[in-house]
Design a binder for this molecule. Structure first.
Ligand code: ADP
Ligand code: ADP
Length: 231
């Protein structure tokens, strides 16, 4: 597992004078689960952009728990360390197993099946995404958001990146998908370092630490229970 150290991170977008994130310092131990919350505009997506390398900090350093400065790593090495589960997933018109294989061409059939099983989609392994939604009762619809999210999560299991970033993994899911996603997240947590952007209280309970961002600043960093007890 791999952790992260953020030291006095300042980040801003081109042409802006204001920092979207200002002076963020925190340590994420290997295997820890951090939830990031805050109102719209607080800097949550900007933090993701800094972590993925899409936005270079104007000031401050991002390093791994091994003491490697991410700015000095080969981009490919950093990309390999990171898994990204976004809100949308592009799927090919190929079986679910083949869609998963794209995340790791070296994965064995067994690994692919185990990953599909984690998200409750094993019985659909050889189905096309379209066929999947039809068989689950959504005649003629493209794969539903919930199923797409479950496949994105399954990719995280297959990629074997030690550090996984998740953007609102339970947003607008049907109940069945939500149940599977929550179960898969707790299993992912057992073997990975997780950073989860979320608005959801039940997801916060999964976190060891909750980072509350407000206007680009760290408003609080504490356990979910301590935060819930704070007025
Ligand atoms: P959140 O994800 O918490 O809603 P963001 O990280 O998107 O917040 O936004 C933080 C701040 O950065 C906001 O003031 C927002 O207006 C600004 N911002 C976000 N994206 C851009 C961008 N591409 N260009 C300029 N400013 C941006
Ligand atoms: P988006 O358009 O939301 O960026 P893509 O369609 O490009 O999403 O696919 C991103 C998907 O690829 C993720 O949802 C995830 O399933 C998988 N993925 C996981 N980790 C990575 C990574 N480090 N780089 C690229 N894709 C990743």
């Amino acid at each position: 597992s791999l952790g992260l150290v953020l030291d006095n991170i300042h980040a801003r977008y081109d042409g802006q004078t204001r920092y979207a994130i200002e002076g963020l310092t925190l340590t994420l131990a290997p295997g820890a689960c951090l939830a990031v919350v805050g109102p719209s505009g607080a800097g949550k997506s900007t933090l993701l952009n800094v972590l993925t390398g899409a936005l270079s900090p104007a000031q401050g350093t991002l390093s791994t728990s091994d003491g490697e400065d991410v700015a000095r790593m080969y981009p490919g090495d950093w990309q390999a360390a990171l898994g990204w589960v976004g809100q949308s997933t592009s799927l090919l018109s190929a079986s679910l197993a083949d869609n998963l294989r794209l995340a790791n061409v070296d994965a064995s059939d067994q690994t692919l099946e185990a990953a599909l099983n984690e998200v409750g989609l094993l019985e659909w392994a050889s189905s096309l995404p379209q066929g999947l939604s039809t068989r689950l009762g959504e005649q003629g619809q493209p794969v539903s958001g919930g199923q797409a999210r479950r496949i994105a999560l399954a990719r995280a299991f297959v990629r074997q990146a030690p550090l996984i970033l998740l953007d609102e993994p339970t947003a607008s899911l049907d109940q069945d998908s939500e149940r599977h996603v929550m179960a898969a997240l707790s299993r992912l947590k057992a073997s990975h370092t997780l950073i989860i952007l979320t608005h959801r209280l039940d997801l916060l309970q999964l976190a060891d630490q909750v980072l509350v961002l407000d206007n680009g600043h760290m408003r609080a960093l504490d356990t979910p229970n301590n935060l819930a007890g704070t007025p």
